[in-house]
Ligand binder design. Structure first.
Ligand code: PR8
Length: 479
């Protein structure tokens, strides 16, 4: 049996009862406690929190190395600032939580819990930016935000308290610079998702689906095993819209006052949802080594009378593997019970050490992603563990891309759109004339959304109206 076949055999339930699998894993692998008594709000448990910390570390590293600076703005936004940008408020008003009282006293100015921080940051950007020399300004923060979601809430996917909102906001002296920033942001997110082995499709949202107040929105979507897409990152070119509202002006080299050009881009807990969901199987999570709280678990195989010898060897082995995040499972349990636990939690590599291994001068390694079990010489253990972890990361990434790509189909008629998305649980690429009216009618007729416009040349005729096709669009059903 090939490695691929072996891996696939372990993904029956994951594939066919994905939603059930996901909800169960989040709890059983101790990622979140979902019993908190507020809808759409969950508790991070220590194991999940460690994964989260590593994911956040990766995006911080990428942003810091590209000249972004981390800051921290307040959670509360006064109503008069929040309401300034008309389209923004129109887009968010039914999702905002309001603080109306301080103790028993009604507040004179209502305060919004940030659903996103444009209206918290930009009045301050207006104070910071004076001349073109103050730009580019590239600020980010990692905070919680609140959105009163009315659609079905789901752990990490659709939250009312988004606990891991990484938002970046930039200001530039020209439209070209802002445009270049959009590309830099896309590159940052590519690197981020590539590190996490999360496959993605990049598209431009149709105009009716762009971020409230933006000129245009570029989105990253991934596809879950149930065929639904999940938006995992967005990059927005804000043009001068917010700058006009918040009076963010600068003196250009000619000595004239101009409005700044802005972009903003964000990711959320959804990235962690994708990380867990896409790399799992029927036994539980399969964590990417880069973010696994435990990369290698050592399980001793004790035989009567040989426990001391195994324990002594195990200590030595642990020291030899100190470059990795190693955990020794010395609990008084059967090895099988321990295997089960660590498989559920997605530890990438297991090392088994028993008297026989010791006599032979070997250790046994077991890969979480493929279930492969093999012996390696004790003298090479450090190199072989490193090698196995690299192979696991590469395999998880490759198999996630393969799985996602297998769900994308070409559709040439309305019937095909419907059947490929609804029955085959996929996502389709199809031709579109570019007219909003026709796009919306395609969505209605197929009961499938236009997710985005792909950066590709269109040919032939529009699937919706038979006029000349101008664009290739991605259609599917999303979370
Ligand atoms: C902005 N402003 O806000 P965006 N639960 C989990 N994740 C979510 C939820 C939710 N309820 N809603 C959105 N997201 C801009 C850019 C600052 C940063 C995730 O953009 O509204 C989605 O992955 O598009 C989305 O792409 C990201 O937050 C940013 O939200």
């Amino acid at each position: 049996m090939t490695r691929i076949e072996k891996g696939e055999m372990m993904r029956e339930r994951w594939r066919h009862s994905f939603s059930e699998w996901y909800n169960e894993i989040i709890e059983r692998a101790e990622i979140l406690d979902v019993r908190y008594p507020v809808k759409g709000v969950y508790v991070w448990r220590p194991y999940g929190f460690k994964i989260r910390a590593r994911v956040v570390e990766i995006i911080r590293r990428i942003l810091d190395s590209t000249g972004h600076e981390e800051a921290l703005f307040p959670l509360l936004i006064p109503e008069h600032e929040f309401a300034k940008e008309a389209k923004h408020i129109a887009g968010f008003e039914d999702e905002v939580y309001w603080v109306t009282h301080g103790g028993l006293e009604p507040l004179k100015v209502k305060l919004a819990l940030r659903p996103t921080s444009e209206t918290a940051m930009y009045p301050i950007f207006a104070l910071w930016i004076r001349s073109h020399a103050d730009m580019p300004l590239k600020i980010y923060q990692v905070v919680n935000t609140f959105r009163y979601e009315t659609k079905h809430t789901r752990p990490l996917i659709r939250l009312r308290e988004i606990t891991t909102f990484k938002e970046a906001h930039t200001a530039h002296a020209s439209a070209e610079e802002a445009e270049r920033q959009v590309h830099e942001a896309i590159e940052c997110y590519r690197r981020f998702f590539d590190t996490l082995g999360i496959p993605y499709i990049i598209s431009r949202r149709p105009d009716w689906d762009r971020f409230p107040g933006a000129e245009y929105t570029i989105a990253f979507d991934t596809i879950f095993p149930d065929g639904r897409t999940l938006q995992i990152a967005t990059v927005h070119n804000l043009g001068q819209n917010f700058a006009r509202t918040f009076e963010i002006t600068f003196e250009n080299p000619q000595g004239e006052q101009e409005y700044a050009y802005q972009t903003c881009y964000g990711i959320s807990d959804r990235v962690i949802a994708a990380l867990l969901a896409l790399h799992g199987d029927d036994s539980g999570l399969c964590l990417m080594p880069e973010v696994a709280p435990i990369q290698v678990v050592i399980v001793p195989i004790w035989f009567k009378g040989r426990k001391e010898m195994v324990d002594a060897e195990m200590e030595k082995l642990k020291d030899e593997l100190s470059d990795f995040r190693v955990h020794v499972d010395a609990r008084d349990l059967r090895p099988g019970a321990k295997y089960y636990d660590w498989e559920l939690r997605g530890v990438p590599l297991r090392v088994e050490l028993g008297p026989r291994d010791i006599e032979r001068g070997e250790v046994t390694l077991v890969r979480r992603d493929t279930g492969e079990r093999f012996s390696v010489p004790r003298s090479e253990v450090k190199e072989r563990v490193g090698e196995a972890l690299r192979e696991i990361a590469a395999n998880l990434k490759e198999r996630a891309w393969r799985e996602m790509e297998s769900r994308v189909h070409e559709a040439r008629s309305m019937e095909e759109i419907r059947s490929l998305v609804v029955e085959r649980k996929g996502v389709v690429r199809t031709a579109w004339c570019g007219r909003e009216e026709c796009g919306k009618s395609m969505e209605d007729r197929a009961d499938v959304d236009i997710l985005g416009i792909l950066d590709e040349e269109a040919s032939g005729s529009c699937t919706g109206c038979s006029a000349r096709a101008e664009k290739v669009v991605l259609m599917g059903r999303s979370y």
